[in-house]
Design a protein around this ligand. Structure first.
Ligand SMILES: Nc1ncnc2c1ncn2[C@@H]1O[C@H](COP(=O)(O)OP(=O)(O)OP(=O)(O)O)[C@@H](O)[C@H]1O
Ligand SMILES: [Mg+2]
Length: 333
């Protein structure tokens, strides 16, 4: 069944996220899926792009004085127009048809509560990057379509879209968003909380990229059924006491506490949305549960803590990281 939405036809779907940029074309599927970051020269009157996406990733926290890593988005919304334009140009240039694909019509995801200025900045970046036209779609809505939820039906659906920069909670029905709230915190804030924890508890210094790697090690350890109760993670960094590079062992239970604190803030938003949801839709959500999407939906404890805080069933969408991109893709047709 086609979608009864007011979008004009578009050629490519763009999920421009704080951590990742994904570009999907109607007939080709995913044509670009790389980290949202660029490396520029700095110091002179002009700065030139040195690397972007996968090529820029290993440079994070390792740049000399004349280079600088910049992120186009922060907390889910565009913060650096020049970097956003370069990132989009870079992605377009890597599409199979190269230059020809430049004069293209894009369907972009944007946080549902993005301000007019944030929306306008994204449209400007798209235009400057060479898009012929750009339309914006609320990300929780796209995520719900990507998760194959019945958004067009007269039933309430609740979605929690957990990205790197923002976590959006939305109730959808009859092809639209009935209610939405967000917290501009996501996986990147959890990485920062790990940095802060090691700093204050262990007087130990690590960078953001290491913190994300630790998070992934922690996730793997928590998913492994044979992890011992007193298991630890070996973490490499710099001791603030001795100033020397060293390794420390941190119990998984300590990281559980960091994650619990982070998830508690998401639960507050979910509660607020549930409290404001009209009764008929509440009834539907009670029957159907809450669906989690986005890369950070894979965070351990998130699903179980939301379930026990609300008493509702909480379902992790298949392939949660790609729900927004897949939803936008389906809207292209
Ligand atoms: N298995 C996992 N467990 C926990 N977190 C994960 C896992 N895999 C990815 N992540 C986190 O998911 C985030 C990336 O998710 P996603 O690609 O949905 O974000 P984004 O779209 O770039 O951000 P946003 O929509 O907030 O602007 C990162 O913070 C990453 O560390
Ligand atoms: Mg996202």
């Amino acid at each position: 069944m086609g979608f009864l939405f007011p979008w004009k036809r578009a050629d490519v779907a763009i999920d421009f996220g704080t951590a990742n940029l994904r570009v999907i074309r109607l007939h080709d599927g995913v044509v670009f899926d790389e980290p949202s970051l660029c490396c520029f020269t700095q110091g002179g009157p002009t700065s030139a792009l040195i690397a972007a996406g996968n090529e820029a990733q290993p440079m994070l926290d390792r740049t000399p004085a004349h280079l600088r890593i910049r992120r186009p988005l922060r907390r889910g919304v565009l913060q650096d127009l020049d970097t956003a334009r370069e990132m989009l140009r870079y992605a377009l240039a890597r599409m199979p048809e190269g230059r020809r694909a430049r004069a293209t019509r894009g369907l972009f995801g944007v946080p549902a509560d993005a301000t007019a200025a944030e929306r306008s900045a994204l449209l400007t970046a798209a235009h400057d990057a060479g898009f012929r036209s750009a339309q914006l779609v609320a990300e929780p809505f796209a995520a719900a379509i990507g998760a194959e939820l019945p958004v067009q039906e007269p039933v309430g659906t609740m979605i929690v879209e957990c990205g790197a920069g923002t976590t959006e909670v939305a109730v959808l029905s009859l092809g639209g968003i009935v209610l939405t709230r967000s917290v501009r915190r996501g996986g990147a804030a959890l990485d920062r909380a790990i940095v802060d924890h090691l700093h204050f508890r262990h007087k130990f210094l690590i960078g953001d990229a290491t913190a994300e790697a630790i998070k992934h090690d922690y996730v793997r350890a928590r998913l492994a059924s044979d992890t011992a109760g007193d298991a630890t993670l070996q973490i490499k960094g710099r001791s603030l006491g001795s100033g020397m590079p060293t390794t420390i062992a941190v119990p998984l239970t300590e990281l559980d506490q960091v994650v619990e604190k982070h998830v508690a803030q998401i639960i507050d938003v979910v509660r607020n949305v549930l409290l404001a949801t009209p009764p008929e839709l509440s009834h539907d959500i009670h029957d159907r549960g809450i669906v989690l999407t986005g890369g950070s939906a894979l965070t351990p404890l998130l699903q179980s803590m939301i379930a026990s805080a609300t008493g509702l069933s909480v379902i992790l969408a298949p392939n949660p990281t790609h729900c927004v991109a897949n939803g936008l893709h389906r809207m292209l047709g």
